[in-house]
Design a protein around this ligand. Structure first.
Ligand SMILES: [Zn+2]
Length: 355
């Protein structure tokens, strides 16, 4: 596939695809934001999903008055197992995709090089490139939401592992007698620390007749309700967030001992609970530091950074995926010449206050 490039083709489009929403971000060569958009994802068929992605791309460009032909590249973050070299999505459960050659299909349909990456790994690149306050070269981004996964930057490079599975810490077994996980295992980290697990524990406590403000919450209980109640001092809620925080703290300890990262950025829906989310993690780290000089050396609290909710790591990550210019197989004889596109981080005020 041939792509013509000229000096005017300096635009980059990032697309973060979720099971319910598609978010886009159009930036120029200075990473200045020109357009951003959120649209619903049509998951009725892979074809319909590709159509909704294409529609989101066209709408974003139209709103900024930028023609499709001016794009250098499009980066896409996909919630699933992605081969970033071939652009093939092996599995994306929430999109109901299996072996969809989305990179090639979209590149052909749009006439613009499209680069794909798993969404958490894309977000990790976004954090590394655009929210890297300490200029760390060994960094982990951990997303705690409906699932838990980590992305790793090792010596300045995204680390994917041999099956594109590196950092899938949500499926590390932390309790051999724990609840059954969607992966088939038992007691995975996700079953004790992800959003649905926190909500499940709350439902179980309420059903067991615990004296808690959670029993008067209208509608289905969510992790957000539990953190809000914990922040108000509700003992049942604090016990649940304590379990989740302790398990997460131990998993982060493992990440640090395995990779010796200098910075861990925490994001995702559960992390949005802020201090109520972070405090139990810090408490467990303190307990570890109190008993071990090695833990004291390795578990520095300034390693941990809560990602501001105003920084959308998904779309910035998709932009970073595009600029990374991963040589997908279809482009190996004509890799897009975007290496010369200079990027500067967005200004701090765009990103919100430091955590
Ligand atoms: Zn699992």
């Amino acid at each position: 596939m041939q792509f013509e490039h000229s000096a005017t083709q300096r635009w980059i489009l990032g697309v973060d695809i979720g099971g319910t929403k598609i978010a886009t971000l159009l930036v120029d060569a200075n990473a200045a934001v020109h357009s951003t958009l959120t649209l619903p994802t049509d998951i009725s068929s892979p074809q319909a999903t590709l159509d909704s992605i294409e529609n989101a791309i066209h709408q974003t460009l139209r709103s900024a008055g930028v023609p499709l032909g001016s794009l250098s590249a499009i980066g896409l973050g996909i919630p699933g197992q992605v081969d970033s070299r071939t652009g093939v999505v092996k599995h994306a459960v929430n999109l109901r995709w299996h072996d969809v050659a989305a990179g090639e299909l979209l590149s052909t349909r749009l006439g613009v090089p499209c680069f794909l990456e798993n969404d958490v790994r894309a977000a990790t690149l976004g954090v590394y490139r655009f929210y890297n306050r300490q200029s760390a070269h060994n960094l982990a981004y951990v997303s705690i939401g409906t699932g838990i996964a980590a992305g790793l930057i090792i010596e300045g490079e995204l680390y994917r592992g041999s099956h594109n599975m590196a950092g899938e810490i949500g499926h590390i077994q932390v309790d051999v007698h724990g609840p059954r996980c969607a992966c088939g295992g038992r007691g995975c980290l996700e079953t004790l620390a992800a959003g649905p697990a926190i909500a499940r524990m709350a439902r179980e406590r309420v059903a067991a007749g615990a004296g808690t403000s959670l029993s008067s919450v209208a509608g289905p209980l969510t992790a957000r309700d539990v953190y809000a109640a914990a922040a108000q001092g509700d003992e049942t809620a604090r016990s649940i967030t304590g379990i989740a925080g302790t398990q997460l703290a131990r998993a982060l300890h493992m990440l640090i001992m395995a990779y010796d990262v200098e910075c861990i950025v925490l994001g995702g829906g559960v992390a949005h609970a802020g201090a109520a989310f972070l405090q139990p993690v810090l408490d467990e780290w303190q307990a570890r530091r109190d008993e071990s000089p090695l833990a004291q050396m390795m578990l520095k609290t300034d390693l941990l950074h809560l990602l501001p909710t105003t920084f959308h790591a998904g779309v910035w990550g998709a932009v970073a995926v595009a600029t990374n210019g991963l040589p997908a197989i279809s482009f190996k004889h004509h890799a897009p010449s975007i290496a010369n596109v200079a990027f500067v981080p967005p200004i701090a005020s765009e990103l919100g206050a430091a955590s």
